[in-house]
Design a protein around this ligand. Structure first.
Ligand code: NAD
Length: 278
C-alpha cells in the first residue's frame, strides 16, 4: 500500500499530505468515488457543506472497513452561515450529515470581505469554540490573504492550522506561502491540477515523458515536494488510482524550478478579495 507522508500542524495534530477532493462530485456519484479512493489508499477526504455531498462522504467512510480514526475528514462552513449562531447550527449540520461526532479539520470556506460587515473575526471565534470543545480537532481558513491572516493573528487566540488556497503551476501564490511559512500555517493547495488546465503545458509534458509519469502525477509530485497538502478530485477510477501513485519517484530541483517558473498568476476559481460566495 502507498505510504503517504503526514504533516504536523501547528497544534501538534497530523494530516496526511495527500487526500481526495470532492468539489463538483454529485451526491449520487460520491459514495462510489470516495469508496474507490479509500480502496486505493486515500486516507484524507476534503468536503464542504456547500458541496452538498457530506452525507455521502460520511456514508462511504462508515461502510468501509476503516475505523473513523483512520480517515482524516475536512469540512467547511457555508458562506451563508458566518454569524456565530448560524455557524454553530451549520457545524451541527455538518457533523450530523457526516455521521460523526468530530471533524479532523473545519475551515471558514471564504473570507467574504463584502458580507457580514467584513467581520470574519467573529466567525473565527466561533470556530475556536468548536476546537476547544474537541469537536473540530483542528481549525483553519480557506482563501485568506496575508492581511486577513494578520488580523486573525492580532485579534484572536488560535492561529489557523491551515490556509486552503488555489495553488497550481500557473498560480504559485508566493506571497501567501511566505506568510504561512513564517507563521507555521500549513498550505493546502486547492485545484492542484488547475482543474486540468495545466496538464497540456509543454514543460510539464516533457518532464512527464522523461520520468515515465503522467502530467497529473508530475504536477501532484511538484506540490508534495514543495511541502503543500493536496487533494485532487476525479470520479474516474483509473485517474483516482493514478493520482495517488506519486510516492515512488522524485522530481529534481531543476524540474521543480522549471514548473514553478510557469506561474502567471492565473486563477481558475474566485478572487478572494471580491468573491461574495453566492
Ligand atoms: P483539481 O485541480 O483537482 O482538478 C480536477 C479535474 O482535473 C477533474 O475534474 C478532471 O477533469 C481533471 N483530472 C483529475 N485527475 C486527472 C488525471 N489524472 N488526468 C487528467 N485529468 C485529471 O480541481 P478541484 O476539484 O477544483 O480541486 C481539488 C479539491 O480542492 C476539490 O475537489 C475540493 O475538495 C478543493 N477545493 C477547495 C476550494 C476552496 O475554495 N476551498 C475550491 C476548489 C476546490
Amino acid at each position: 500500500m502507498t505510504s503517504i507522508p503526514d504533516i504536523t500542524l501547528n497544534n501538534g495534530q497530523t494530516i496526511p499530505q495527500f487526500g481526495f477532493g470532492t468539489f463538483q462530485i454529485e451526491p449520487k456519484e460520491t459514495m462510489v468515488a470516495v469508496t474507490t479512493a479509500l480502496d486505493a489508499g486515500y486516507r484524507h477526504i476534503d468536503t464542504a457543506e456547500m458541496y452538498g455531498n457530506e452525507a455521502e462522504v460520511g456514508e462511504a467512510i462508515a461502510r468501509s472497513d476503516l475505523d473513523r480514526g483512520e480517515v482524516f475528514v475536512t469540512s467547511k462552513l457555508s458562506n451563508d452561515a458566518h454569524e456565530p449562531d448560524e455557524a454553530r447550527q451549520a457545524f451541527e449540520g455538518t457533523l450530523k450529515a457526516l455521521g460523526t461526532d468530530y471533524v479532523d479539520l473545519f475551515l471558514i470556506h471564504w473570507p467574504l470581505p463584502t458580507r457580514y460587515g467584513g467581520d470574519f473575526v467573529q466567525t473565527w471565534r466561533t470556530l475556536e469554540e468548536f476546537y476547544r470543545e474537541g469537536r473540530a480537532r483542528s481549525i483553519g481558513v480557506s482563501n485568506f490573504q496575508p492581511y486577513q491572516l494578520r488580523r486573525l493573528h492580532g485579534e484572536t487566540q488560535i492561529i489557523p492550522a491551515v490556509d486552503q488556497i488555489e495553488v497550481h503551476p500557473y498560480l504559485t501564490q508566493d506571497e501567501v506561502r511566505a506568510f504561512c511559512v513564517e507563521h507555521q500555517i500549513a498550505i493546502e493547495a486547492w485545484s492542484p491540477l488547475g482543474q486540468g488546465l495545466v496538464l497540456g503545458d509543454p514543460v510539464i509534458r516533457s518532464i512527464a515523458e522523461r520520468t515515465g509519469k503522467t502530467p497529473a502525477q508530475v504536477v501532484l509530485r511538484w506540490h508534495i515536494q514543495r511541502g503543500d497538502v493536496v487533494f485532487p478530485k476525479s470520479v474516474t477510477p483509473d485517474r483516482i488510482r493514478e493520482n495517488i501513485d506519486i510516492f515512488d519517484f522524485e522530481l529534481s530541483a531543476a524540474d521543480i524550478e522549471d514548473i514553478t517558473a510557469l506561474n502567471k498568476n492565473e486563477r481558475t476559481g474566485g478572487d478572494p478579495d471580491k468573491f461574495d460566495g453566492r
